[in-house]
Design a protein around this ligand. Structure first.
Ligand code: PLP
Length: 379
């Protein structure tokens, strides 16, 4: 059997990883400044994370959601404390798309309405409703398309108001990323977020903050939207939550009523996923990684802001978009093949996406900065 060929692949085969480095099957070492799409939050193979998972493997890896699982409770308590959303409830699932799918469904159960407002440039995942609120016609199949999903322009308060005036009574929820990642590191203005919140309250719509990529300390806040002071009704997480272990979560305001069978999953919240997520939170707290994300992000911006070919830098914490005056693919290839550094791109071809681990060290950052200076100096 062959693999279903949907991923363009670099011809690199990583076989080992530690901290912010990877090694391929030929023994070549690579610096990871992308974390496999924002997944590696506390560094590869963090010893605390490894030990927690190994210990749990010796005990029990899985049983279904039909029995008690104290690890889920521990995870919910720790997540509530570190995120500041202490009185919210947690539903555990397996991925970002699944978290968004459940959020959209829960909103609709709650207010009985069926339209969803989303924004240009958005990416919310590839499952049914999640892909319907993703602004990329190439990945929305006819089976996913519906007029229930309404698009409004990013950061456009006027259009937002017009859309609510037209459809307000039918809008079940508004879904927005804390910072658009796939869209090219687009940061919502505080005014835009506040207006969405105000209109959601006025029209009884649910505000869903997709923090799948921008959450878990990446922005220098636990969740990126928290800088604006706006409180979300539902927050979705995944990626950095498990540092590579597949896990997703939905943080739910207490006004939403749970009932038996309303949501569910076979694998979500299993013992290993909980332990991985608890380990990430413990390390984030003990090693002050949110603060490190702020500090190292500022350092990177300061060091690159005057380099040639950079048009703008869009950044919060360690979620960084470097907009070049050209397509970034050659720069990215040179960083990877000449300097052995992984970086990312985005739907905006000019934007280099930088998502290092939250515990990146200054000397590792300097390796990236020196390489970027050379590459940009040569084009
Ligand atoms: C903001 C956002 N939401 C949702 C998703 C989907 O997550 P997953 O690939 O885990 O389904 C992604 C993935 O890139 C994302 O960036």
């Amino acid at each position: 059997m062959n693999l279903f060929n949907v991923y363009p692949l670099f011809n690199i085969n990583p076989v080992k990883a530690q901290g912010s480095f990877l090694w391929d099957d030929k023994g070549e070492k690579y610096l990871d400044f992308y974390g496999g799409h924002a997944v590696i939050s506390i560094g590869h193979n963090h010893p605390y994370y490894q030990n927690k998972l190994k210990d749990q493997l010796e005990k029990i890896s899985f049983y279904s959601n039909s029995v008690q699982n104290e690890l889920q409770t521990e995870l919910a308590e720790k997540l509530g404390k570190l995120s500041g959303y202490e009185d919210y409830n947690l539903f555990l699932c397996n991925s970002g798309a699944e978290a968004n799918e459940n959020a959209l469904k829960l909103a609709s159960f709650h207010n009985g309405k069926s339209k969803v407002l989303y924004f240009s440039g958005s990416f919310h995942g590839r499952t049914s409703a999640a892909v319907s609120v993703t602004d990329n016609p190439k990945i929305v199949a006819p089976v996913n398309f519906s007029e229930r999903f309404i698009k409004s322009e990013w950061n456009d308060v006027e259009q937002l108001e017009e859309t609510f005036e037209k459809f307000g009574s039918e809008i079940s929820s508004v879904i927005i990323e804390g910072i658009q990642g796939v869209g090219g590191i687009m940061i919502p203005t505080p005014e835009f977020l506040s207006k969405i919140k105000e209109l959601c309250e006025k029209y009884d719509a649910v505000l869903i903050l997709d923090e799948v990529q921008s959450g878990y300390g990446r922005s220098g806040y636990f969740f990126a939207h928290q800088e604006s002071g706006v409180e979300a009704d539902i927050i979705t997480t995944a990626k950095g939550m498990g540092n590579g272990f597949p896990v997703g979560g939905v943080l739910i305001h207490p006004k939403f009523q749970a009932s038996n069978g309303l949501l569910g999953t076979t694998f979500g919240g299993n013992h290993l996923a909980c332990v991985a997520s608890i380990a990430v939170l413990d390390v984030m707290k003990d090693e002050n990684l949110i603060e490190n994300a702020q500090k190292m992000g500022e350092y990177i911006e300061k060091e690159i802001k005057d380099l040639p070919h950079i048009k703008s830098i869009r950044r919060k914490g360690l979620m960084i978009g470097i907009e070049l005056d050209r397509d970034c693919s050659e720069v990215r290839k040179s960083l990877l093949f000449d300097h052995h550094i992984f970086t990312g791109n985005s739907n905006d071809k000019t934007v280099l996406r930088i998502l290092p681990a939250l515990n990146i060290k200054k000397e590792e950052t300097d390796l990236f900065l020196n390489a970027l200076k050379v590459v940009l100096g040569n084009i």
